[in-house]
Design a protein around this ligand. Sequence first.
Ligand code: AMP
Ligand code: GLY
Length: 431
Amino acid sequence: MNILVIGSGGREHALVWKLCQSPQVKSIFCAPGNAGIEHLAKCVPLKPTDIKGLLKFAKEEKIDLTVVGSEQPLVEGLVDAFEERGFKIFGPSKAAAQLEGSKVFSKKFMLRHYIPTAKYRSFAAAEINEAKKYINTIEPPLVVKADGLAAGKGVLICKNRQEAVVALNDIVINKAFGSAGNQIVVEEFLTGEEASLLVLTDGERFVTLASAQDHKCILDGDLGKNTGGMGAYAPAPIVTNELLQRVIHEVIHPTLDGMKQEGIPYRGCLYIGLMMTPDGPRVLEYNCRFGDPETQVVVPLIDGDLAEIFLAIAERRLDSSKVKLHSATAVCVVMASHGYPDEYQIGKQIFGLENIKAEDGVMVFHAGTKTEGSAIVTSGGRVLGVTAIGFNNELEQTIHNAYRAVEKITFDGAYYRSDIGKKALKYLHTK
Ligand code: AMP
Ligand code: GLY
């Protein structure tokens, strides 16, 4: 098989790494890739949203299977364009990608199919005054969301009603997120711990991957600003088998059946962001793709041929019995540039990567890196996802291994959280 992976982050590096292990894969390309992916795949300088350019490339290189990493091209209809021309592709159609592309769509969908989620109302921009009245009916804190894609920034948690009014004005009047704010969702604030569940599905059949937990805040103890994700671990002990069965019953089945009933079957990876509330699991959000950095910890735990699994999904013939999970633990610590998620500098040389050995159960998935001469330098806010995989290890040991590897890597201004995975230990220690 000739495979094309679309994207350039740690998620895509982890996907390329796993796909390379498939005996079926003859050559693998990545558009546009990064300095880590370059070692495994031929990187081609095409943007993920350049649908025409990607199609032309797929034709020229006789690509047998395309795998899409990020949401923007999915929401813009990349999968539809490929399938219309007879190319096999892993990912949801434009209509199905609305589960992430429109929060109003996904909230209404959940309501129609009795899928547990936060109580809400949605409004068009012209109904801002209605939205302000609705705010008075919800106990703070409350949550204001822009409808469309906003690079992970469109959700505003408001401590009180005044903050919620400011948030509404920002989204609707100041157009803080552009046209993503043409509609808004106002919803109740849910309490509990979050978990991510990634589901692979061909629209009929599905498998759940290991549960995971992201660490979205920049500082230890989940403090400070929101980021793209500072680390993750899997499996997440908060998702007990009993809770997983509830999520399958109350969320996954109704979601996949509902999409099918509505004539827009969901194929690809469905990311379900959950809040484990005292009243049970509630859906915070759907994403129409693999999570980042969850992929870096969840994909290494798949015991199977990922190229075959993705191809089977593209061909609507997933055999869930062929997807097994290793009984292992994985921990990814993100090393970021000083200043991230605000302004940061790039072009800093990265040292010590040669000290990390896959044989020791550690993989460094690159995110914001590029090659400059013989050096690898930083080129983004999140730079590396240092990932330990412990086949025989308890989570505590795997956390330790990840941090031991982190200490061997340096670049000017490197920053990382020191408590990735710590939240899980309380569940393990009280067992
Ligand atoms: P979303 O893009 O909808 O997942 O929101 C991003 C993040 O905002 C989530 O991962 C949660 O941390 C937080 N969030 C979103 N909705 C709620 C809610 N109703 N209650 C509490 N936190 C929320
Ligand atoms: N880790 C959160 C996301 O991928 O959206």
